[in-house]
Design a protein around this ligand. Structure first.
Ligand SMILES: C=C(O[C@@H]1C=C(C(=O)O)C=C[C@H]1O)C(=O)O
Length: 186
C-alpha cells in the first residue's frame, strides 16, 4: 500500500517536472534559423574584401568557373546530408548573386569617387576564398537541420522576424530577398 502510494507520488512529481520543461523544438528551430542567417550574413560580409581585391586586380566580379566548382561540391555534399542537390545548388547560387549585388554596388560607388587602388588589398585566393570555403559545410549542416521545413509556421515565422534583424543590419532589402529566396515557403 505504502509502496504504491510512494510510486504514484513519484510519478506525479515526474509529471510536473516534465511539463515545466520548455518545449525544445520551437527553441532549437529559432536557434537554427538564427544561425543560418548569421552564416549567410558572414558570407555576405566577405563580399567587401572580394570587391577590394577585384578593384585592384581589375578581375571581373563574375567568376563562373569558381561558382561551378562550388556548386558541384555543394551538390555532392548535399546528397550525403539528405538535402535535395538541386535545391542546395539554387540556395548557394542565391548567396553568390546576393554577394555580387554588394560587390557591384561598391564598384559603382568607387567608380563615381574615382577611387585609387587600395593600399593593402586582401589576397583573393589565399585569404578571402578560404573564408568562403569554410562557410560552405557550416551552411550545409544548418540547412540539413531545417531541410524541407520552410512551410512550418515556426520556421517561416522565425525567418520573417530574424532576416530583417540579422541581414538587415548591414544589407538592403534586394540583398536580403536574394539571399533568402530559396528559404521561402512555396
Ligand atoms: C566571391 C566571389 O565573387 C563571385 C561570387 C562567388 C561566391 O559568392 O562564392 C564566386 C565567384 C564569383 O562569381 C569570388 O570571386 O570569389
Amino acid at each position: 500500500m505504502l509502496h504504491s502510494r510512494l510510486i504514484s507520488a513519484l510519478a506525479a512529481t515526474l509529471l510536473v517536472a516534465c511539463s515545466s520543461v520548455p518545449t525544445p523544438p520551437a527553441f532549437s528551430t529559432r536557434t537554427d534559423v538564427s544561425q543560418l542567417l548569421s552564416l549567410q550574413k558572414t558570407r555576405l560580409d566577405v563580399a567587401a574584401p572580394v570587391a577590394r581585391s577585384k578593384w585592384n586586380s581589375h578581375a571581373p566580379i563574375d567568376d563562373p568557373a569558381r561558382e561551378q566548382a562550388i556548386l558541384d561540391n555543394v551538390g555532392a555534399q548535399a546528397q550525403k546530408l539528405g538535402i535535395d542537390a538541386q535545391w542546395a545548388r539554387s540556395f548557394f547560387q542565391d548567396q553568390f548573386d546576393a554577394g555580387k549585388i554588394v560587390q557591384r554596388d561598391l564598384h559603382r560607388q568607387w567608380k563615381l569617387e574615382h577611387r585609387p587602388p587600395f593600399a593593402n588589398p586582401p589576397d583573393l585566393a589565399h585569404e578571402v576564398r578560404p573564408v568562403l570555403d569554410r562557410l560552405t559545410p557550416e551552411l550545409l549542416a544548418v540547412l540539413a537541420r531545417l531541410n524541407g521545413r520552410w512551410c512550418e509556421p515556426d520556421v517561416a515565422g522565425a525567418l520573417d522576424e530574424l532576416a530583417p534583424e540579422i541581414l538587415g543590419a548591414d544589407y538592403a532589402p534586394p540583398v536580403q530577398e536574394k539571399a533568402t529566396q530559396a528559404l521561402r515557403c512555396r
